[in-house]
Design a protein around this ligand. Structure first.
Ligand SMILES: Nc1nc2c(ncn2[C@@H]2O[C@H](COP(=O)(O)OP(=O)(O)OP(=O)(O)O)[C@@H](O)[C@H]2O)c(=O)[nH]1
Ligand SMILES: [Mg+2]
Length: 326
């Protein structure tokens, strides 16, 4: 019996670089590699009735133009030797009457313009509806296929970073500041998952956050097998739940003994935050097997801390160097 994802309510306002949860409730899906450009399909691809109208209109205009040119050519070749001088008007059988030509050209242009307008309106109106979603998934499929077809030896490498941690630890905030570096006052709890993609130094990095509330923790382990690195975010001030964080972390690590681990001792900007040494103890990190690469970084996922020693941008640099290893 496959596990069912809990119903995911409509996304609340997410940071600009984060995608809203895209998977409908149902059996656990294979995770797609999302791309920032996928939340909007490019305007102009002929994949809707209206874009077909655009194509038809453009086709009609081209045919009319050819007709017009052919008519004029016929007009030239239709002159007979000894025909009247330049003042005489050429009467050509192939050329359509001028008024009709102008009318059909104007109609063709109008169809093109109207089709384009309707298509843009269609894209904007249905962007967030099921129709829009099916467009997006079509486009996602296209991009995935393109990526799969990329020639062997292509330099861009795809890596996934799984970001987990208890609710409120700061996962979404970390993702937000890593990928957008813009101020953000409030970040709503993640009710499903968020993802963001970074392109850095020949690396295509998908950062995937799964919400940390208790009902979502049961799903965490299902996302481990695709991950290249696990980032575990801990609220350094939330002493009462450190034991829970430790148990959840160790349960995950037991399933993937070689997965590189980056623990973030987050909210270091707050007074009374536990130090990394204290957290190392509390989370029993010393007991972890020496098989895996393990990092513990103090972080502050706040706008004000971006240029300080606890900036989350250090996490980004660490991930890049970790994932660039052969
Ligand atoms: N002071 C301070 N506040 C932070 C920091 N990181 C996150 N917060 C705040 O902590 C709250 C929870 O942050 P989120 O990023 O939503 O936490 P989360 O881990 O994504 O939580 P879920 O999505 O519910 O699993 C928000 O109000 C953030 O603004 C930090 O480093 N310092
Ligand atoms: Mg979150």
């Amino acid at each position: 019996m496959p596990l069912q994802l809990p119903a995911i309510p409509p996304p609340s306002s997410l940071p600009p670089c984060l995608h809203p949860p895209t998977h409908p409730p149902g059996p656990l899906p294979a995770l797609p590699a999302l791309h920032p450009s996928l939340d909007r399909a490019p305007i102009g691809l002929p994949s809707s009735p209206l874009s077909s109208a655009v194509t038809l209109g453009a086709g009609a205009a081209v045919v009319l133009h050819i007709w017009q040119v052919a008519g004029l050519a016929g007009c030239t070749s239709g002159r007979t030797a000894g025909s009247p001088g330049p003042a005489a008007r050429c009467r050509c059988r192939m050329a359509p009457p001028r008024a009709l030509r102008d009318l059909t050209l104007a109609l063709g242009a109008a169809v093109v313009a109207l089709g384009s307008l309707l298509f843009i309106a269609w894209k904007l109106y249905f962007r967030d509806t099921e129709l829009g979603a099916s467009w997006d998934s079509w486009w996602e499929r296209e991009v995935r296929e393109l990526r799969d077809r990329a020639p062997a030896g292509s330099t861009v490498e795809w890596k996934q970073v799984l970001v987990l941690g208890l609710d409120g630890a700061g996962k979404s905030s970390v993702l937000h500041y890593i990928c957008s570096q813009t101020a953000r006052k409030r970040i709503p709890p993640t009710l499903g998952f968020n993802s963001a993609q970074l392109h850095v130094e020949g690396l295509e990095m998908d950062l995937l956050e799964v919400g940390g509330s208790q009902n979502l923790r049961a799903y965490w382990s299902h996302y481990l097998s695709e991950a290249h690195v696990l980032v575990f975010v801990v609220d350094s001030v939330d002493r009462s739940r450190l034991l829970t964080a430790r148990q959840e972390l160790h349960a995950l690590l037991a399933e993937e003994p070689r997965l590189p681990l980056v623990v973030l001792a987050n909210k270091q900007d707050k007074s009374h935050a536990l130090s990394t040494e204290e957290l190392q103890e509390e989370l029993a990190l010393h007991s972890l097997s020496g098989q895996r690469e393990l990092f513990l970084l103090p972080t502050s996922a706040t706008w004000a801390s971006l240029s300080t020693a606890t900036s989350v941008l250090r996490v980004k640099s660490l991930l890049v160097s970790l994932l660039s290893q052969p």
